[in-house]
Unconditional design. Structure first.
Length: 425
């Protein structure tokens, strides 16, 4: 029996033949249709029906392959390493960009008013875009035991990340980053002539845009800062395993930055809620501005245990989760087909499969995971795809014909149901 046949049997036995078909196609498409192997040995991975590589999306796309290992996905380890090295090269090129071209061909949003280059598809600065490659590198190490990815390129990228996050702790005074897009909706460009809303110095690190690629209302995205804190906290352990280790001052900088972010979160990002008890805000500005919501895109408040920031039974998380999965969250929708979290990035009353899967991935109830798999298969709107979003009453109304991140999160949920260990577990 081939590895693919064994995988198909294992998934079919756990959650059914349709899910097995989705997993099989996802693995094949990720390593072939979505991938372009470059001359330098790295892998350029498109997000799906947009011919660009997002740092965030590409990490999410390959994380499920690590759970399969080379046993069920031959060649998967080296493939993931190739994707990671391409991400790290992009960070060194421009840590403020979120999406890139395979070659310096000038594709994408070249007319945006920011410091563009022909290598860049889009230059919306998002904290999470820098978190994901560091998270992927750590996950790769835990899944494979390989430390070869912690090379000079990796530590150069880490230094670039630290440089940006330290500067963006005082965005108004120190940052040269600006972004404006002509004729864009308010969610697609930054106010104050490209600087974004004013923020106070809090210890948190500023982000122009959210994981949805929508502009932040307030400059400090809370789940993004939590993700940053989480990857920073792991760098000391990685440095101890790496050969050769990095300069110790780099790890000291990371520790100071992590501590400052944590202090900022405690001081500015907790909402006193008489209904749930204290819980996390989604965005803050340090001047008293607080945005109470959650968005479907990860990192989200809902996803915090999955990212390793906290435990699912943490009181602040439980209170936050209760708010997020309720009508009090302005982007939670309940309909005839599903109930879950959507985003201002997509039409009204649309929920995202990523959020439906994440609600189950952070739920200890195994029945909830299997129910979510069934819901996601039933809401494909007459297609064979897991879409970006769909209408809660009419799943035939959906967005994005091919959105690989959504299918990756679906596969992650399936692998939980099948008992595949997550990297680091």
């Amino acid at each position: 029996m081939t590895a693919l046949e064994e995988l198909r049997e294992r998934v079919t036995a756990a959650v059914g033949e349709q899910a097995a078909m989705m997993v099989e196609r996802f693995a094949d498409e990720t390593m072939n249709r979505a991938a372009r192997r470059l001359d330098d040995g790295t892998v350029f991975l498109v997000t799906g029906d947009i011919p660009a590589m997002w740092l965030r999306d590409s990490a999410a796309q390959v994380l499920p392959l690590l759970r399969l290992g080379d046993e069920y996905c031959p060649g998967g380890e080296d493939f993931v390493a190739g994707v990671l090295r391409r991400q790290l090269s992009f960070i060194v090129l421009d840590p403020y960009a979120n999406a890139f071209n395979a070659a310096p061909n000038g594709a994408g949003h070249q007319r945006d008013k920011t410091t563009m280059s022909p290598h860049i598809w889009e230059r919306k600065y998002e904290v999470d875009s820098l978190c994901y490659p560091l998270y992927l590198a750590e996950s790769f190490w835990h899944a494979t035991g390989r430390i070869d990815v912690f090379d000079e390129l990796y530590w150069r990228a880490v230094e670039r990340v630290l440089d940006v996050w330290e500067v963006e702790q005082d965005h108004d005074s120190r940052s040269e980053y600006r972004f404006q897009r002509r004729f864009a909706r308010s969610t697609g460009t930054l106010a104050r002539r490209g600087r974004g809303a004013a923020v106070a110095v809090t210890g948190l690190t500023w982000s122009g845009f959210r994981p949805s690629d929508d502009a932040c209302v307030y400059g400090y995205n809370v789940p993004g800062n939590m993700f940053a804190s989480r990857v920073l906290a792991r760098l000391r352990q990685i440095a101890e395993a790496a050969a050769p280790p990095p300069d110790s001052t780099l790890i000291q900088r990371a520790a100071r930055l992590c501590e400052a972010i944590e202090q900022g979160l405690c001081e500015y990002a907790v909402v006193d809620d008489p209904v749930t008890g204290p819980r996390w805000a989604y965005e803050v500005d340090g001047h008293g501005g607080v945005l109470e919501m959650d968005d479907a895109n990860v990192p989200s408040l809902l996803s915090l245990p999955r990212l390793g920031y906290c435990q699912a039974d943490d009181p602040l998380y439980r209170a936050t989760r209760a708010f997020v999965l309720s009508p009090r969250n302005p982007h939670f929708h309940r309909g005839r087909a599903a109930a879950g979290v959507g985003s201002p990035h997509t039409p009204k009353r649309h929920v995202w499969p990523i959020a439906l899967a994440m609600a189950a991935l952070t739920d200890p109830d195994e029945a909830a995971k299997r129910a979510a798999v069934a819901t996601l298969l039933e809401t494909r709107g007459g297609t064979d795809r897991i879409h970006e979003s769909f209408h809660v009453d009419r799943p035939g109304k959906w967005t994005r014909r091919w959105f690989s991140w959504a299918e990756a999160t679906f596969c992650d949920l399936v692998f939980d149901c099948c008992g595949f260990p997550a990297p680091g577990s």
